[in-house]
Structure formats: structure tokens, C-alpha cells
Design a protein around this ligand. Structure first.
Ligand SMILES: [Zn+2]
Length: 193
């Protein structure tokens, strides 16, 4: 499903977030396992594929029904990168706060905290200022099926949100009437609502 308009064809530089592409593909189905078959049938009927946008710095999720025969969900890769970093930072911060008895906690007291702070600085600069810098070298990166915390929690949060955003765009493809879908400011949908 990911191969239709592969980012690797357009741009040979791989993104660290690509290891999660198979999980993103499965994420809409995991959100409602009891409706997996029904949703699969909709994906087949509408010929729904993903198209990656590496140019947009902003978060981009956008669904389009092309010619009635191809349903494209456009996904901004840079937005996904920054969003995963924010998920990881949030989970790290929460766990540090918890471990400290829910007292005010300075993240940069240890090496891991300093790496997370660097990751967050990069993500915030990308989201807020449109800084196009690539993923820094010595900071946490996404892993497929991680066994350690906070990567596991970060992936769960990230995949739940990404799956929800994809489902929202599938809604546009299946029944493209504006104003019908709830908006979600963080994972910004590109349609007018
Ligand atoms: Zn929308």
C-alpha cells in the first residue's frame, strides 16, 4: 500500500520515521479491530493509497478521491517526524515526573534527559519556526516494535493519533462533504471544515 508514490523514489534520503510506516498503515485498523473487515472493504472499494509529502514542513493529512477511482491519503513526512519526537518527549517527561514523586522535575539532569531535550528543541523548531533541519544524530529515534520505555509508549501515542488522522481523511474520501467531520487542531487536516 505504501509503494504507490514512494518517498524513496522522490528523495533517496530516508527518514527515521519510515520504520513505522507499516505500523501507520495498520493503525486505522487497530483502532477498531471489530470493524477491521468492514474498513478493509472500504480501502479496497475506494482504492485507498498513501502518498508521502516530504516538502511540507507542517503537519499534513489530506484525503482526496481522484477520478472516483483512486483514494489518496497525503501524509507529510516531516510533520510525522516532529510529532513522534513530541510524543517521545511527552512520555519521557511524564515518566521522569512520575519517578520523582510528581514533584517539579528538571529533565536535563541526566544524559538521557539532555538527549530528549535536544530532540524536543529540534521538533519545536520544526513545528513552530519551520526549521528544515534533518533529524539530529545523537537523539532518540523511532524503532519498530520497541521493547523499552518510553519508546513503547511514544509509539502507542503516535500510532493512535496517526490512525485517527488517517481515518478522518478516509472519511473525506468516502463521503466528501465539508463540515461533517470534527476538526483536530494538532493533527491538522488540510481541508476546510
Ligand atoms: Zn478534515
Amino acid at each position: 500500500m505504501w509503494s504507490l508514490i514512494s518517498p524513496s523514489l522522490d528523495n533517496p534520503m530516508a527518514s527515521p520515521i519510515e520504520v513505522l510506516f507499516p505500523d501507520i498503515e495498520d493503525a486505522p485498523f487497530r483502532l477498531a479491530p471489530e470493524r477491521r473487515d468492514k474498513l478493509k472493504a472500504i480501502f479496497d472499494e475506494k482504492n485507498i493509497k498513501y502518498s508521502f509529502d516530504r516538502e511540507a514542513m507542517r503537519m499534513r493529512f489530506e484525503g482526496a478521491d481522484l477520478f472516483g477511482g483512486l483514494g489518496l491519503v497525503y501524509v507529510g513526512v516531516r510533520g510525522l517526524e516532529h510529532f513522534w519526537a513530541l510524543c517521545y518527549g511527552a512520555m519521557h517527561a511524564y515518566r521522569a515526573f512520575q519517578a520523582n514523586g510528581f514533584q517539579a522535575t528538571r529533565l536535563t539532569v541526566d544524559e538521557e534527559g539532555r538527549r530528549v531535550a535536544k530532540l524536543l528543541d529540534w521538533a519545536v523548531a520544526g513545528v513552530k519556526d519551520g526549521d528544515p533541519a534533518e533529524w539530529p544524530n545523537d537523539v532518540p529515534k523511532p524503532e519498530a516494535a520497541p521493547t523499552e520505555m518510553p519508546s513503547r509508549l511514544a509509539n502507542e501515542l503516535f500510532l493512535g493519533a496517526a490512525g485517527f488522522a488517517v481515518l478522518h481523511e478516509v472519511g473525506h474520501i468516502v463521503q466528501d462533504r465539508r463540515g461533517q467531520f470534527g476538526s483536530f487542531p494538532l493533527l491538522e487536516c488540510s481541508q476546510n471544515h
